[in-house]
Design a protein around this ligand. Structure first.
Ligand SMILES: NC(=O)c1ccc[n+]([C@@H]2O[C@H](COP(=O)([O-])OP(=O)(O)OC[C@H]3O[C@@H](n4cnc5c(N)ncnc54)[C@H](OP(=O)(O)O)[C@@H]3O)[C@@H](O)[C@H]2O)c1
Length: 409
C-alpha cells in the first residue's frame, strides 16, 4: 500500500508529466480574433438588456441578482441544460440561493447553451443579441488541476464564439482573473490595471490560468479591431458577508473546513485577499450599467491581504480558535484525518512549503493569494468604483462567523 507521501509524489508527476506547449496555443488563440469586424458601440446608453453566462455558478448568480435589482433591466442567461425550460429552472435555483425571488419572464429569460459546444443558429439567441446592449461572460471551467487542453473549450473557444455574437454591437464584459499575471514575466514587478499581461511560462499544471490569459489576449486582439471590451480580474472571491453563503466547491472553503477539523492553520507566508462576492458583483454590474467606453481593466481584490495569523485571529473571534503550526505538522495532521474535506485535493499540496515564493513550486495555495511574488495593485479600480458609489468592504466586515456557520455548521 502506498503512503500518502508516495501518492502525493505520483499526483505531482502526473500533473507535470506532459511538456507545456501552451504558449504557442495561447498565441494562436489570440490571433484567431484577427480580422473580425465589430459594429461601433455608442457610450453612455441606458442598458436595458444584458446577456449573461455563468449564472448557475457562484459569482454569476450574484451578478444576476444585482442586474435584476436594477428596475427595468432584463437579463437573458445562457446556461447548460437539455432545453430552455430546464435552463430556466437551473438559473432560478441559483438565483434563489442568493435570496432573490423569480422576477418573472419579462425580466429573466434562460436559453440552453453549452458554450464549449458552441451551438449554432438559434433564433431566440439571435433575437436576444439584437436587443441587448451588453454581454457579460462569467462562465468558465474553474479547475486548478486542468491542463490547457481541458480548459480551452469552455474558457477560450467559448470566448471566440461569444465574440461572434458581439460583432453586431454588444459591449463585451469578460470576467477574467488576476491569475493571468501568475507567470515568471512579472516576478518582482508591481502589476497595475495598466500592465498588459503577456505570454510567458506558467507552471505546466496551470491550464486554467493559461486559458484565462488566452481569452484576455483574444479580447485584446478583438479590441484592436473595434470591440468594446472590459476585463474584470478578481483575486479570490469570498463569501456573501450578509448571509455567509460562500462557494462550497472552492479551495478556500475546503482549506478552512479541513483546518478547523484538525484545529490548526499552517504558518505559511500566504496572505488571503478575500473580495466578498457581493462587492465583486456590485462592481461589475455598476460598470456594466454605467456603459462607459472601454472601462478598466478592473482589479477586484480584498481590502488587504490577510496573513495566516490574522486569519487565525478572525477564526478565533468567530468562536473557532485554531493553532498556528508549521506546514509539515499541518500536513501530517491533515493526512491523518481520514474524513478530511480536502481529500483527494490534499494530494496536490506540496510536501514542503518554501518561504521564498521563487523557490516554491506552484500549488493550490496560489489560488488563495494574489501576491505570489507579484504584487497586484487595485488603486485605480477602487477610485473608479468610488465614483460609481461602490465601496470595498473592510476585512473586519467579512463576517467569518456567518460563513463558518453556513458552511461548517
Ligand atoms: N471563484 C473565484 O475565486 C474566482 C477568482 C477569479 C476569477 N474567477 C472567475 O469568475 C468567474 C466565475 O467563477 P465562479 O467561481 O463563480 O465559478 P463556478 O461557480 O464554477 O461557475 C462557473 C459557471 O460557468 C458555467 N460554465 C462552465 N462551463 C460552461 C459551458 N461549457 N457552457 C456554459 N456555461 C458553462 C457553469 O455552468 P454549470 O452550472 O453548467 O457548470 C457555471 O455557471 C469565472 O470566469 C472565473 O474564471 C473566479
Amino acid at each position: 500500500m502506498l503512503s500518502v507521501a508516495q501518492k502525493r509524489a505520483m499526483a505531482r508527476q502526473m500533473l507535470l508529466r506532459q511538456p507545456d506547449d501552451s504558449a504557442a496555443r495561447i498565441a494562436a488563440a489570440a490571433a484567431s480574433a484577427r480580422g473580425l469586424a465589430f459594429r461601433p458601440v455608442a457610450s453612455g446608453r441606458i442598458v436595458r438588456h444584458v446577456i449573461l453566462t455563468g449564472a448557475t455558478g457562484f459569482l454569476g448568480a450574484y451578478l444576476l441578482r444585482d442586474l435584476l435589482r436594477t428596475p427595468g433591466v432584463q437579463v437573458t442567461c445562457l446556461a447548460r441544460a437539455a432545453d430552455d425550460a430546464a435552463a430556466r429552472t437551473r438559473v432560478m435555483a441559483a438565483l434563489a440561493g442568493t435570496g432573490t425571488a423569480d422576477p418573472g419572464p419579462d425580466r429573466l429569460r434562460a436559453l440552453a447553451h453549452d458554450l464549449a459546444a458552441q451551438p449554432g443558429g438559434n433564433a431566440a439567441l439571435a433575437e436576444a443579441v439584437r436587443s441587448a446592449e451588453a454581454l457579460v461572460n462569467c462562465a468558465a471551467r474553474v479547475n486548478f488541476t486542468d491542463r490547457y487542453g481541458q480548459a480551452r473549450a469552455a474558457n477560450v473557444e467559448a470566448v471566440r464564439h461569444l465574440l461572434g455574437l458581439a460583432q453586431g454591437g454588444l459591449r463585451f464584459h469578460q470576467v477574467s482573473t488576476v491569475a493571468v499575471f501568475a507567470t515568471g514575466a512579472f516576478a518582482g514587478r508591481r502589476v497595475t490595471e495598466a500592465t498588459p499581461p503577456a505570454i510567458a511560462p506558467f507552471a505546466s499544471a496551470h491550464g486554467y490560468c493559461q486559458s484565462k490569459l488566452a481569452a484576455e489576449l483574444m479580447l485584446r486582439t478583438a479590441a484592436e479591431a473595434g470591440l468594446d471590451a472590459t476585463l474584470y480580474r478578481p483575486g479570490l472571491i469570498g463569501w456573501d458577508t450578509v448571509t455567509g453563503r460562500g462557494n462550497a466547491a472552492d479551495f478556500l472553503t475546503h482549506f478552512l473546513a479541513a483546518s478547523l477539523r484538525i484545529g490548526a492553520l499552517p504558518r505559511i507566508p500566504i496572505a488571503l485577499s478575500i473580495a466578498p462576492v457581493g462587492y465583486v458583483a456590485e462592481a461589475i454590474v455598476a460598470t456594466v450599467l454605467a456603459d462607459a467606453q472601454r472601462a478598466g481593466p478592473l482589479h477586484l481584490l480584498g481590502e488587504a491581504p490577510m496573513p495566516m495569523p490574522e486569519v487565525a485571529a478572525a477564526l478565533a473571534a468567530a468562536g473557532r480558535p485554531v493553532e498556528l503550526v508549521g506546514y509539515d505538522d499541518w500536513l501530517a495532521r491533515l493526512d491523518a484525518d481520514a474524513e478530511s474535506p480536502l481529500r483527494p485535493l490534499s494530494l496536490l499540496l506540496p510536501d514542503r512549503f518554501a518561504d521564498d515564493a521563487d523557490a516554491r513550486p506552484p500549488s493550490l495555495f496560489d489560488s488563495l493569494s494574489t501576491d505570489r511574488g507579484v504584487p497586484i495593485d487595485d488603486a485605480r479600480t477602487r477610485a473608479g468604483l468610488a465614483r460609481l458609489g461602490v465601496a470595498l468592504p473592510r476585512n473586519a466586515a467579512l463576517n467569518f462567523a456567518a460563513y463558518l456557520k453556513e458552511h461548517l455548521g
